[in-house]
Ligand binder design. Sequence first.
Ligand SMILES: [Zn+2]
Length: 107
Amino acid sequence: MTCKDAENLIPQFLDDDLDNKDLSDFLHHVDTCPECREELTIQFLVQVGMKRLEDGKNFNLNQELTVLLGDAKKRLTARRYLVLLSYVLEAAVVVMFGACIVLALAL
Ligand SMILES: [Zn+2]
């Protein structure tokens, strides 16, 4: 992923609107690219900071961004497990179906 790609994905990331592959590439990029991490931080501060100011609550945005990035990684892991699980279930269905046919033929 290039810096331009990553920058373009920042709004979607903040809206939690990336698919697994883009999210994975994006998280990897901002982990390894200080410029894009900085850009993400700025856009995050603008988007969330404005909202917090309106709410008038105390906030620690740097910590919130760290939490947000951590959550995104956890969600990505969870989604990958779900994809894997769906393959396993699909395989199980195929095996069961095969077993039913074998049983039907044998009985
Ligand atoms: Zn970059």
